[in-house]
Write a new protein. Sequence first.
Length: 266
Amino acid sequence: MNRISFAWITVVLIGLFAGISGTAMGWGMQGHRIVGEIAEKHLTPKAKKNIRRILGNESIAMCSNWADFIKSNPQYDSLDKSHYINFKPGMTLSEFNRNLAGDSSQNAYNSIVFLRQALKSGSLPDSLKRDYLKLLIHFVGDVHQPLHTGRPEDRGGNRVQVSWFDESVNLHQVWDDKLIQYQKLSYTEYVQWINHATPAQKQLWMKQSVSDWLYESYELANHIYNNTPAQAKLKYKYNYDYVEALNNQLLKAGIRLAGMLNEIFG
């Protein structure tokens, strides 16, 4: 909890009691629902029961976009930086970890750490527990979208203009939702397609730290930057080249989210 500024904690404590709907961002609505649906399938019975007490009849998949919905309300502007964390390119693992450990600002990593600790404390009122859980679900998904660990100078690819099947978009949009939408599947169909981790993969992914997740996303982001220049014309080959990486990130996000929720509630 001490990694998050007191001002940010105050804003969150004051501001998380309204359910405001609006436009969705991040992985995109479908991506976050895929992550949430996978997570739900890997919960322990105890965790599933405790989470059901908090969320009621709302599934993890259906609440996974709440953190984007509330962006429509300026009251929540202070949470914007919790959706991502930017890094300069070319860092080694040790440099990356030093950078992460030395950064006490509000960002996705510090927010996940704070929310996990707060939920594990068991001392939150029910309404705040529900909203913290919804934020945690969303932010864990966000950090597996590689460009949520992108570069500060282009705002995680938001300033890198490309075309997607002749539609003018930015690189961040391609990874938020264009690649996912191109598969032409519902979120439940998508989960049926990719939710096939081996027991060894599941065990490994659930053991890895949040910093491990971030470095993995960061390495993928660097690969994407190096192979997707501005004004690139992206079509069938880009999907062919990256759909496996995309699906791996979605699957890992769901299983790692389940592991964290099992740790907190199981």
